[in-house]
Design a binder for this molecule. Structure first.
Ligand SMILES: NS(=O)(=O)c1ccc(C(=O)NCc2c(F)c(F)c(F)c(F)c2F)cc1
Ligand SMILES: [Zn+2]
Length: 262
């Protein structure tokens, strides 16, 4: 388990789900030990083809805020990289800390980032619904992008401006025309990839993780708006700030992380 003192407490709202995953030897997130990663020349560049018009809504699910896409057709897809099949984008969300010192789920040689973006896709060549794919070994592909505090991210601002409308758990607001490609780093050819799991319940081991080597920059103020969200719904009398919504790091259990670059 992660040695950092910022371990997600067992009482954390995140842990209302199943704590132990029977025989969970492919759990996420993990620390990416660069010197132990193995270069794989077969790994291809990522091919993303996102249609901004398939963006539907943005909502607070009580763990994070999600931007959801219409995944009833192959309009916004991910191919290439370590993947053999075509994957459909269904949503993206973030994980972040209460301070800029931590917040990411994955780390690189133990280096923590203030936040991490997850673009969630499911295998539409093999399955017809996300709910099916999420239970299968090669069902999901999640792109992880680290966020660093620096200059303001113009593309992110449209998202940030929508957050006050979804401060409370279960609030939803219509959100259309958002191109998630604007949140990818300039260089998407350099990544690490490994087989893992969802980082929130039900923690199913169905994810091909693709973690970008290059981070994106967002401003301190933009991140501060993330922290203005609440875990709690409007009805609850005690309001809890939505911060530290990351999972404790998991054992690699002998897994090899492959890299697309030397
Ligand atoms: N942080 S992450 O690893 O990128 C991650 C990505 C997606 C989900 C998710 O969709 N959860 C809800 C959810 C399920 F986990 C299901 F298993 C299911 F069947 C659903 F329909 C569903 F919405 C959870 C964590
Ligand atoms: Zn996530």
């Amino acid at each position: 388990a992660c040695s950092s003192k910022y371990v997600l407490s067992q009482m954390h709202p995140m842990w209302q789900g199943p704590l132990a995953v029977p025989g969970g030897d492919r759990q996420s997130p993990i620390d990416i030990v660069v010197r132990k990663s193995v270069f794989d020349s077969e790994l291809k560049p990522l091919v993303t083809d996102y249609d901004p018009h398939t963006c539907q809504q943005i909502w607070n699910n009580g763990y994070s805020f999600l931007v959801e896409y219409d995944d009833t057709t192959d309009k916004s897809t991910l191919r290439g990289g370590p993947l053999r099949d075509k994957f459909r984008l269904c949503q993206f969300h973030f994980h972040w800390g209460e301070s800029n010192a931590w917040g990411s789920e994955h780390t690189v040689d133990r280096r923590l980032f203030p936040a991490e973006l997850h673009l969630v896709h499911w295998n539409s060549d093999k399955y017809s619904l996300f709910e099916e794919a999420v239970m299968e070994e090669n069902g999901l592909a999640v792109i992880g992008v680290f966020l660093k505090v620096g200059k303001r991210h113009e593309g992110l601002q449209k998202l940030v401006d929508a957050l006050p409308a979804i401060r409370h758990k279960d609030s939803v607001v219509e959100f259309n025309r958002f191109d998630p490609a604007c949140l990818l780093p300039v260089n998407t050819d350099d990544y690490w990839t490994y087989h893992g799991s969802l980082t929130t319940p039900p923690l199913t081991e169905s994810v091909s993780w693709i973690v970008m080597k290059q981070h994106i920059e967002v401003s301190h103020d933009q991140l501060a708006v993330f922290r203005s969200l609440l875990f709690t719904s409007a009805e609850e009398d005690v309001q809890k700030s939505m911060v530290n919504n990351f999972r404790v790091q998991q054992s690699p259990c002998g897994r090899t992380v492959r890299s697309s670059f030397t």
